[in-house]
Every structure is written in C-alpha cells, then in structure tokens.
Design a binder for this molecule. Structure first.
Ligand SMILES: NC(=O)C1=CN([C@@H]2O[C@H](COP(=O)(O)OP(=O)(O)OC[C@H]3O[C@@H](n4cnc5c(N)ncnc54)[C@H](OP(=O)(O)O)[C@@H]3O)[C@@H](O)[C@H]2O)C=CC1
Ligand SMILES: O=C(O)[C@@H]1CCC=N1
Length: 282
C-alpha cells in the first residue's frame, strides 16, 4: 500500500481527487500487480480554512488528511505526489526546507502547465522521478483527456501507475514533452473553449425562441454525441458532409460559420494558448 499526496489542492486537485476516489470506489479497472493502489491520501493547501472546505467536500467517506502548511510532513508520508499548485508556485513548494530530502526516491506527477521536466529537476534530487501530466477539469466526472510525458528517470511501474490513475478518470495518451504545450492548449484549456462553443450555440437557440435551459441541453448533448462519433472512428468531415443535406439548413449555417472564420479562429486560439502555456512557470 502507499501514500498519495496532492501538493496544492485547488480546482484541479479537487477535480482529480474526486475522480480518483470514484474510480477506486468502483474498482472498475483491472489493477495490475505492478500498481500499488494508494490507501493513504493527503491534500496540502496554504490556509486552514481551505483545508476545512476540502474536508467538507470529501466528507467522512473518503480517508483523506487535508492540512495547511504541512507540505513537507505529508511529502515524507507519501510515495507519489501530485504537484498541482500554479506553475509560478513550483519553486515555493519544492524549495521549502526539507522538501528535496522528503521527495528523494519518490514519484512526482506534475500537472503544472509550462513547467518543464528540466526546470523541475533543478528543484529535485536526481532520485526523484517525474511524469508530466496534462489532464483537464473533466477529471471530476472521470471524462478527462490526459496527456502523459514521462521523464527519462520514470520507471515502467511509474508509467503504469500514472496510466492506472488517469485511465480511471478518463482517457490517456503519451506524447513527447515538446508537444505538451499544445496538449495543454487542446486538453487542459479545451473545456473552456468547448464551453464557449456550447454557450454560443445556446445563444443561437435562445435567439430562435428555445428557452435557455433546453437550448443549453441541446447544445451540450450535440457536442457530446458528435465527440463520441469522432472517438468511435468517424472523421469530422464525413459527419459534416452526412449532415449537410443539399440545399438544406446545415450547409446554410456552415457557410455563415465559415464567413466568421470559425475554423481559423479556433485554430488560432489553440496556437495562442500553446504559446502562452510555453511561457508559464518560467
Ligand atoms: N484549472 C485547470 O483546468 C487546469 C489546471 N492545470 C494546472 O494545474 C495547476 C493548478 O491549477 P488550478 O487548480 O486551476 O489552480 P488553483 O489555484 O485552483 O490551485 C492551486 C492550489 O495550490 C495551492 N497552493 C499554492 N501554493 C501552495 C503552497 N505553497 N502549499 C500548498 N498549497 C499551495 C493554492 O492555494 P491558494 O489558493 O491558497 O494559493 C491552490 O489551492 C496549475 O499548474 C495549472 O497549470 C492543468 C490542467 C487543467
Ligand atoms: O489556464 C491555465 O493556465 C490552466 C492550464 C490549462 C488549463 N488551465
């Protein structure tokens, strides 16, 4: 058995823990003999009130110790640590007196956007193994898209553990670190982009007389269904062509979207978010 510690339990830390606890509770995954399922959970925050709020969030059912200003103590008690403070906060967290020693021989799963393995290594002992991971907030409902980038010192067992954790809260994909900023834009930031598209479709529906709640449900389920068709192997272009009946309403709407440069605008948004991600934590 092992200890799992979230260093910086904010929006993403809480989303990840929620998904992980549900995943372990359902035990809906074949846990290989290499994976040591954590039996002790710790969440570290800065302030006592935050700790109390998180304890309330998870309630009594989950055995988690939530503490403020006890990062090093909880790191000592853990085998795997999820680093989920802001990128700019990495130095403060990892340079705390005693932290480097506490992390010796342990595995760090860093979800910090833009914080490279090389920059993390400058703050850690060589024996501390690193896997960069880019999940998203859909972890909360176990529908995350998480990109994994193991450092050269990560073992096969480390990668298997990380894949067990993140496959339990969605889908995973391994990519080289040079692509993680683009993955951050697509997957980490992606829910914000998709939510904006859902809002825009909802606005269209409301404008045409559908009440907001119904319009939002229509937009959200259409997004989910279309995404599922793509994940099941349908090319988006085929979906688009199949739906576009000649002289029908779809092609008229599509041309209005193209007039608004929807494709290049969305692609440019990914480009810009990638560029910003690459500068975070520097
Ligand atoms: N939000 C998202 O959807 C995603 C975020 N990420 C990455 O995840 C990380 C966290 O993002 P997010 O959850 O949104 O940010 P939050 O600010 O919500 O969470 C960061 C948490 O870390 C805490 N913290 C900061 N410094 C310390 C410290 N010294 N000791 C203990 N706790 C500390 C903060 O406490 P306090 O608030 O009191 O400062 C806060 O609770 C970032 O690196 C981000 O790049 C990755 C993918 C998606
Ligand atoms: O916006 C951010 O910087 C973080 C990383 C990806 C999603 N949120």
């Amino acid at each position: 058995m092992s200890g799992f510690c979230v260093l910086g339990c904010g929006t993403m830390g809480k989303a990840l823990l929620t998904g992980i606890f549900d995943s372990i509770k359902e035990q809906d995954q074949q846990v290989s003999k290499n994976v040591s399922v954590p039996d002790r959970f710790y969440a570290c925050v800065k302030f006592a009130q935050e700790a109390r709020d998180i304890e309330k969030l998870f309630g009594e059912t989950v055995g988690i110790s939530v503490t403020a200003e006890e990062n090093v103590q909880k790191a000592k008690a853990s085998d795997v640590l999820l680093l989920s403070c802001k990128p700019q906060g990495a130095e403060e967290v990892l340079s705390a007196p005693g932290m480097k020693e506490a992390l010796k021989g342990k595995l760090i799963l860093s979800i910090l956007a833009g914080k490279t393995i090389d920059s993390l290594k400058t703050l850690l002992d060589d024996s501390t193994r690193i896997i960069r991971i880019m999940p998203n907030t859909a972890s909360r409902i176990r529908e995350s898209m998480s990109v994994l980038c193991p450092a050269p010192n990560a073992t096969e067992a480390d990668v298997e553990f990380a894949e067990w954790v993140f496959n339990g809260i969605g889908r995973t994909m391994k990519l080289p670190e040079k692509l993680i900023d683009a993955a951050t834009a697509m997957c980490g930031s992606g829910p914000a982009f998709v939510a904006t598209m859902i809002e825009a479709m909802t606005d269209g529906g409301v404008m045409m007389g559908i009440p907001f709640a119904q319009a939002q449900e229509l937009a959200a389920q259409t997004m989910v269904g279309t995404g599922q068709m793509v994940l099941q192997g349908q090319h988006p272009a085929k979906i688009r062509n199949d739906v576009s009946t000649p002289a029908g309403c779809t092609i008229s709407g599509l041309l209005a979207l193209e007039d608004g440069k929807i494709r290049s605008t969305i692609a440019r948004g990914i480009e810009q978010a990638t560029k910003t991600a690459s500068g975070l934590g520097k």
